[in-house]
Write a protein that binds this ligand. Structure first.
Ligand code: ADP
Length: 402
């Protein structure tokens, strides 16, 4: 059997097909520019001999229904999928599950309605997910659709971590609280860290750092999330590619009152023009690493602010956890940037956090341990794989239901 994972956005759908027997990814790709005059279809797959193949096409893709239909057609044409009956489930990534969903769910009308209810909390994401879910259910009624939420892993946070110090009615009536995101990634790397540490996840205390274009940190006690850096939306917390992360909440008010910006202008400024891009004009960490090494001061400052913030979160989560078995770096930056890892962990030897400089500098891919041997806190690099985690959770959910 196989699992198809869909990440359906407002105008694109990314997909990946897994074989359940060995969790091999046998095809992946995307449809993009849905609704435009000329859409785009990309497919990568492994042929019968295990050789990588690719196909790309431009064609009109007027609706999400056409997009998913094209995905299925091209998967079948490539031989990656023989027939829809081979699918044990379709796993859908959903960014926001509000406080309702702490687990993946098989979609029925009630689940769809609940996802609809949290659209105001994720207006850029949940409508696209809902479009993909509705089409998948309509086109393939015999294949269970399973939703896996970015927020679910963080639902174990206590109120002391998820409540803001604002009037109670804002929480009770408007659901304004911290939710956290990237949960599928934090959960995946936590499970892998437990394997690397040789301990059951239920005994592991971890600080997981997902550092990509979006970035978030989580504190995990005994395998469960007790705190995370993103909040009501993915804007809070660490410095990101174009998002500011933590700032004084009075800054938006100041912008509204004194710079003549409206709410959309502030939203745009803090979500799309801030972070690394705002500090140094570039949001690609590879380029920033190069510029800083050449003495570019704004690039150096961007790395400085990013790692200063990371170190604050490591310290805060260390204090919350009391004992830390491992710090895990993941995401494009966490997996690849030796400078970011080095400066986030520098000066923390008294806490048992010590990077092996040679291991950290080595340019190798894959899971690895970078801490000085014999130190208390393992420092791990674990490439994340959110699609695989969604596929596994989708199968487990379907299996548990039957
Ligand atoms: P997304 O959140 O879009 O999935 P990724 O996890 O792919 O993002 O991370 C993207 C970030 O990773 C970019 O800032 C990119 O520059 C950075 N990155 C990728 N490769 C490297 C590298 N070799 N060195 C430093 N940064 C890297």
């Amino acid at each position: 059997m196989k699992i198809l994972v869909l990440n359906s956005g407002s105008s694109s759908i990314k997909y990946q097909l897994f074989r359940c027997a060995d969790w091999q990814s046998i095809a992946s790709g995307l449809v993009a520019r849905i609704g435009e005059a000329e859409g785009e279809l990309k497919l990568h797959w492994l042929d019968a001999n295990g050789q990588p193949q690719a196909r790309q096409a431009s064609l009109p893709i007027p609706t999400h229904e056409d997009g998913i239909d094209q995905i299925l057609r091209s998967l079948c044409a490539s031989g990656a999928l023989t027939d829809v009956s081979e699918l044990a489930a379709i796993g859908h990534r959903v960014v926001h599950g509000g406080a309702t969903f702490a687990q993946p769910m098989i979609v029925d009308d009630d689940v769809e309605a609940e996802i609809q209810k949290v659209v105001p909390l994720a207006p850029l994401h949940n409508p696209g997910h809902l479009a993909g879910i509705a089409v998948a259910r309509r086109l393939f009624p015999s294949v269970p659709s399973v939703v896996v939420f970015d927020t679910a892993f963080h639902q174990t946070m206590p109120p002391t971590a998820y409540r803001y110090a604002i009037p109670e009615f804002l929480y009770a009536e408007h659901r304004i609280r911290r939710y956290g995101f990237h949960g599928t990634s934090h959960h995946y790397v936590a499970k892998r860290a437990a394997v690397m540490l040789g301990q059951p996840l239920e005994q592991c205390n971890l600080i997981t750092l997902h550092l990509g274009n979006g970035a978030s940190a989580s504190a995990i006690r005994a395998g469960q999330c007790i705190d995370t850096s993103m909040g009501l939306t993915p804007l809070e917390g660490l410095v990101m590619g174009t998002r500011c992360g933590d700032i004084d909440p009075a800054v938006p008010i100041y912008l509204l009152k004194n710079l003549g910006l409206d709410a959309d202008g502030v939203d745009q400024l803090l979500n799309r023009q801030s972070g690394l891009l705002g500090i140094c004009g570039v949001n690609d960490m590879r380029e920033i690493d190069r510029l800083a090494a050449d003495g570019n001061e704004p690039a150096e400052l961007a790395i400085g602010i990013t790692t200063h913030r990371l170190k604050k979160y490591i310290g805060a989560y260390y204090a919350e956890l009391g004992r830390v078995d491992a710090i895990v770096f993941t995401g494009g930056i966490g997996e690849n940037s030796a400078v970011i890892r080095q400066r986030s962990c520098a000066g923390l030897a008294r806490l048992g956090i010590e990077l092996d400089a040679d291991a950290n500098a080595e340019r190798i891919a894959g899971e690895r341990c970078l801490s000085v041997s014999g130190t208390e806190v393992s420092i791990l690099v674990i490439p994340t794989n959110e699609e695989l985690e969604i596929a596994r959770q989708a199968l487990a959910t379907v299996a548990a239901a039957s």
